[in-house]
Design a protein around this ligand. Structure first.
Ligand code: SF4
Length: 358
């Protein structure tokens, strides 16, 4: 039985099957099929038709194949990996809501994605499908009852996998909550399933309150001409875009790959926002780099790249303690009011606080 049929018939995790069986099956034949079947029980396989057609003929070391086609290494579990590495459950007061920071919540209306990334940190929940109307209503009530919530971040899953009419209903409801002043959407769709960004979707995204779209993009090769058109359509219709990238071994962990990605994003008017250190998700050790190699990459980029193309390198502290900057520290305290600042060539300079006496 092909791996695709194995996944379709797997009831163990009630996972969604891939969207383009034959093409995906072809791609998986390059890997170890039984091991990949096992990997697919932990995280479904899903590759949209357009992306699958782009993957044809590529080898197993290709950065896009590595991201989306299961690999037997996913079955290697490390001692310090966790099913819920960033502690989502701990901060979930009701289904579909994660409230980790005081002024913002994640709202997860759908736990399905157009494509399943093999390094996914939310592999414990993605693939579970739509939040029911009842649960969605409870999630809205939670937001309505908490006036400190200034920003709602639609994530999942991928919110742009929803139909424009369902997405529009969600955005209309959020627009009616006075204390919610801004909405953010995290998505891979504009790059990996760009045909979804049609006029209907654009109309759904046009709301009174500002919407920011954060594109999840890990390699410049994801941003082909169709992706550029979809991104331009969003931005030209008043939706500013940022990006988030996961640092992944064998995908983008070289200075050249990161430089290309961040330059390509800026050339598409997308501001690089976060470079995430890989989370301790189960079965993802083959993707992780060390923190010190991530810092070296960021230091190198600081020497090479324009400030507008620099993301913040962040670590999500395991256990639900939130994100913190993880990059190289360029300024160190020497004594009260005295600092040592390192320039981009590595030379150290003294700096003194000079402030008006009280
Ligand atoms: S799009 Fe995001 S949530 Fe979905 S599989 Fe990829 S990393 Fe996970």
């Amino acid at each position: 039985m092909s791996i695709v049929r194995n996944i379709v018939h797997s009831r163990r995790r009630k996972r969604i099957a891939n969207t383009n069986g034959l093409l995906t099956a072809d791609l998986i034949k390059k890997a170890d099929e039984p091991a990949c079947t096992e990997a697919a029980l932990a995280l479904p396989i899903g590759i949209p038709a357009y992306l699958a057609s782009r993957l044809q003929g590529r080898n197993t070391n290709d950065p896009l194949i590595r991201q989306f086609v299961p690999n037997p290494s996913e079955n290697t579990l490390m001692e310090n990996e966790f099913p819920d590495p960033i502690g989502d459950r701990k901060h979930s007061p009701v289904s579909g809501i994660i409230h980790r920071y005081p002024d913002r919540v994640l709202l997860m209306p759908v736990l399905a994605c157009p494509v399943y990334c093999r390094f996914c940190f939310r592999r414990h929940s993605v693939g579970d499908g739509l939040l029911t109307d009842e649960k969605l209503n409870t999630a809205f009530s939670y937001i309505e009852e908490n006036p400190d919530i200034w920003e709602v971040i639609l994530t999942g899953g991928d919110p742009l996998i929803l139909s424009p009419s369902r997405l529009s209903k969600i955005l209309i409801r959020l627009n009616k909550i006075p204390h919610v002043r801004t909405i953010r959407i995290h998505s891979r769709v504009p790059a990996l399933d760009p045909i979804r960004i049609d006029n209907e979707m654009i109309n759904a995204l046009k709301t009174k309150k500002p919407i920011w779209l954060v594109l999840h993009s890990n390699h410049a090769d994801e941003l082909d001409s169709k992706a550029s058109v979809a991104i331009a359509k969003l931005i030209d219709n008043g939706i500013p875009m940022l990006s988030q990238t996961v640092l992944l071994k064998g995908v983008n962990d070289t200075p050249k790959d990161l430089e290309n990605l961040f330059r390509t994003l800026i050339e598409n008017r997308v501001k690089p926002y976060y470079l995430h250190h890989g989370d301790l998700a189960k079965g993802t050790s083959h993707f992780r780099t060390t923190l010190s190699s991530g810092r070296k990459l960021m230091k190198w980029l600081r020497r090479r790249l324009s400030g507008i193309a620099q993301p913040v390198y962040v670590l999500d502290i395991p256990g639900g303690h939130g994100k913190v900057p993880a990059g190289h520290c360029w300024i160190e305290s020497k004594s009260e009011g005295e600092w040592i600042a390192e320039d981009i060539s590595g030379k150290k300079h003294k700096y003194f606080d000079e402030i008006e006496p009280n």
